[in-house]
Design a protein around this ligand. Structure first.
Ligand code: GLV
Ligand code: MN
Ligand code: MN
Length: 418
């Protein structure tokens, strides 16, 4: 197997697939709007299936639309060593979030084909449905169901803002597959991704060896006041939901700061119930995303915030409801796979550091089922979830080479006796 150490991906080919698929949902500002299960998502999925089949992979789709592309190994009794990520984007997403890891997996398969290499264990490339969580909550929905956190029926019945259920959306683009969710077993999982934060670039480091993912808690909130006339209601008599919400937003920021520098909290959506210029807002619906590497900090932020909400509601005669709709505990990755990523990185001579992921990833769900780790590469100014998201061809190639070498190590490792 010594020849495989010299094997490299074709960085130019990887780059051209990233640019080619960026046309599905391309925005005028140079980003991508490819919400999960949209027509554009259907188009990129069709492209991906065709490209995988052209690379000799056997493609199957599960009942949540996740695409699995298998490259046979010499020993088909071994569980496949898997890689992949997602091809859906945020509404104002970039060209790299999820896409790099998925298309780098394709590039790995092509490079192995070109070199005529057969691995011992089979390899599996995965495009997980709805990693982003923008159209349907929660994020990383299909990999969570795959890991047994949700039933397929539960996920199928979730609706987007327009009332379209997941099952209906899958049918609309022809991706309600026949493979039972979770039936396919995997031996290990490695996900390449842009860092989506500023650390690697600031330190001029090429590879992040990711040791785990931080915890995430998602909430839905509703502030209820009383709608009344903007011209006739004296200030002291108002029960203005928007002003109550303004206090909530500042309380969220203050509490996250108090648990800094690790804790982060974001109100990404806030909507006035029936907005009108001359009506005092009676209802605000909002979302809240809280993250920290420690579960205890998530607990503390939540309980401090609930106390603040009670105080705001009392003072302003409002009703404030806050419902936790999802919580993902912090996830440590597998020491063996983290070590394999680090060894591959060293072997390739790239600068590297260990780190914890700030973003959620499908790998965090798969870690419950199989030994898992991630590889990060820098992105420009640490910007992600933005149309300006950018990464260099050199860093994408470096990440794909680390992925290739890590997969080779895992797929060719001797089977342990017993
Ligand atoms: C997924 O993109 C996340 O919210 O971390
Ligand atoms: Mn992603
Ligand atoms: Mn994302």
């Amino acid at each position: 197997m010594s020849t495989t150490h010299n094997l490299r991906v074709d960085g130019a080919r990887l780059w051209s697939t990233i640019m080619e698929t960026a046309r599905f949902g391309a925005t005028p500002a140079g980003g991508i709007n490819r919400l999960t299960l949209s027509q554009e998502d259907g188009q990129v999925r069709d492209w991906f299936r065709d490209a995988c089949e052209a690379a000799g992979l056997e493609v199957r789709v599960d009942a949540l639309g996740t695409q699995f592309a298998l490259r046979r190994g010499r020993d088909m009794t071994r569980l496949p060593v898997a890689c992949g990520s997602h091809l859906d984007t945020q509404p104002t997403g970039g060209k790299f979030d999820g896409i790099l890891g998925t298309l780098a997996g394709l590039e790995v398969m092509r490079a192995l084909n070109d070199a005529g290499i057969e691995t011992e264990a089979p390899l599996l490339l995965v495009n997980w449905t709805n990693e982003e969580g923008s159209r349907y909550a929660p994020a990383m929905m299909a990999s969570a169901a795959y890991a047994g956190e949700f039933t397929v029926e539960d996920i199928h019945s979730r609706r987007d803002a327009a009332g379209i259920a997941v099952k209906q959306a899958l049918e609309a683009i022809g991706y309600l597959g026949d493979e039972p969710v979770g039936e396919r077993r995997i031996g290990a999982f490695v996900e390449l991704h842009i860092e989506q934060g500023p650390i690697l670039e600031a330190e001029a480091t090429t590879i992040g060896v990711v040791e785990g993912g931080q915890g995430i808690a998602w909430f839905d909130g509703v502030v209820t006041g009383f709608e009344s006339h903007a011209g006739t209601t004296p200030m002291p008599r108002r029960r203005d939901a928007l002003n109550g919400f303004a206090e909530i937003a500042l309380a969220v920021e203050r509490i996250a700061h108090a648990h800094g520098p690790t804790a982060v909290a974001t109100i990404g959506e806030a909507v006035i119930g029936a907005p009108s210029r001359n009506v005092i807002p009676g209802r605000i619906r909002f979302t809240l995303d809280v993250r920290d590497p420690k579960a205890e900090t998530l607990d503390a932020v939540e309980s401090e915030l609930r106390a603040e909400l009670d105080a705001i509601a009392g003072r302003r005669k409002l009703t404030i409801e806050l419902t936790r709709i999802w919580r993902k505990e912090p996830v440590p990755f597998d020491a063996g796979v983290v070590g394999a990523v680090e060894a591959a990185t060293r072997g390739l001579g790239f600068s590297h550091r260990r780190m914890v992921s700030g973003a959620g990833h499908d790998a965090c769900n798969i870690a419950a089922l199989a030994p898992t780790a991630m590889i990060f590469v820098p992105c420009r100014d640490g910007i992600s979830h933005n149309e300006a998201e950018s990464a260099t061809q050199g860093d994408c190639t470096a990440g794909a080479d680390v992925l290739l070498q890590t997969l080779l190590t895992l797929a060719n490792a001797p089977v342990r006796a017993g």
